[in-house]
Design a protein around this ligand. Structure first.
Ligand SMILES: Nc1ncnc2c1ncn2[C@@H]1O[C@H](COP(=O)(O)OP(=O)(O)OP(=O)(O)O)[C@@H](O)[C@H]1O
Length: 232
C-alpha cells in the first residue's frame, strides 16, 4: 500500500525560479526510501514541498495511509525556548489527539530508550546538540504516524543514539509506517534503505533499489556514491 505519493512538477522559493523539477516517487507502507544527493541538490526543498511549506509548488502530493498523518524529524531542532521537553511532548500529543494513557506510555518508553528521562522537566535550550536532536526523534516517534519525513538524522547523534534510532525506525516500519529520509551518510543508507531517489541539480537522476541503480549506472557491485558519480 502506498502511503505517500509525490508528483512535483516544479517547486521552489519563488515561482519565477523553481529549484526542483519533475520529482516523482512513492513511499509504500514499511518502506524506507533514501533521498540522496550532494549539497544544494534539492533534498530539503523536496521535503518542504511535500509538507506544503514552499511558497511555490506545482504538482500533487498525497498522503494515503489510514490516518493520513506524518511526522517531520528536522535536521535542525525546532523548539520553544520557554518550554520543557515534557511540555513539548504534551503539545505534540494534543496535536495528534493521543489519549493521556497512550501519551504517558509512549512518552515514558521513548524517554527511557533515548536516555532523556532525567532531563524531561528541563528546558531544551540547556541541552547539547545531540540531546536536542534526540528530543526531535522522541516527538516524531511519539505520534506513530503513517509516514516519517526525516531530514539528515545521523549528524549529531552518538553511536548508541544512532542504534536506538535505527531500532525504532525498524519497529515503526514493521508496524506499517513508510519513511522518507534524506541523508549524506551513504554507507548507512545503503545498509538500511529499501530504495533510493537520487537527486542532482533539482531533478531525479535515478531511482529504485540499489541493484536497479547499479544496473542503470552500468557498474554492478558499485557503491551508491560510485553510481551517483557515474550517473552525473
Ligand atoms: N530559503 C531559501 N530561499 C531560496 N533558495 C533556497 C532556500 N533554501 C535553499 N535554496 C536553494 O535551493 C536549492 C536546493 O537547496 P536544498 O536546501 O534543497 O538542498 P539540499 O539537497 O537539501 O542540500 P544540503 O545537503 O546542503 O542540505 C539550492 O540552490 C539552494 O541555494
Amino acid at each position: 500500500m502506498t502511503v505517500l505519493d509525490v508528483h512535483i512538477e516544479e517547486a521552489g522559493y519563488e515561482a519565477s525560479h523553481p529549484q526542483i523539477h519533475d520529482i516523482q516517487f512513492q513511499v509504500k507502507a514499511g518502506e524506507l526510501v533514501g533521498l540522496i544527493g550532494p549539497n544544494g541538490a534539492g533534498k530539503s526543498t523536496t521535503l518542504k514541498g511535500i509538507m506544503g511549506l514552499l511558497k511555490f509548488c506545482k504538482g500533487d502530493i498525497r498522503f494515503m495511509g489510514e490516518q493520513k498523518t506524518y511526522a517531520y524529524i528536522p535536521e535542525k531542532p525546532i523548539m520553544y525556548d520557554a518550554m520543557t521537553l515534557w511540555e513539548h511532548l504534551e503539545i505534540a500529543a494534543a496535536a495528534y489527539q493521543l489519549t493521556t494513557e497512550v501519551f504517558h506510555t509512549r512518552a515514558t518508553e521513548l524517554l527511557q530508550r533515548f536516555r532523556m528521562e532525567e532531563v524531561k522537566h528541563q528546558l531544551p535550550s540547556s541541552f547539547s546538540k545531540g540531546m536536542q536532536q534526540k528530543m526531535m526523534l522522541i516527538i516524531g516517534f511519539l505520534t506513530k504516524p503513517d509516514v516519517y519525513i526525516v531530514d539528515e538524522p545521523f549528524v549529531g547523534l552518538d553511536p548508541r543514539a544512532t542504534k536506538d534510532f535505527l531500532m525504532m525506525l525498524h519497529a515503526e516500519r514493521e508496524r506499517g509506517a513508510g519513511v522518507l529520509m534524506s541523508t549524506h551518510v551513504l554507507d548507512t543508507a545503503e545498509r538500511i534503505c529499501s530504495s533510493f531517489v537520487l537527486v542532482n541539480e533539482g531533478s531525479i537522476v535515478a531511482q529504485g533499489t540499489l541493484s536497479e541503480i547499479q544496473a542503470r549506472s552500468g557498474i554492478s557491485d558499485a557503491t551508491l556514491l560510485d553510481c551517483f558519480d557515474a550517473l552525473t
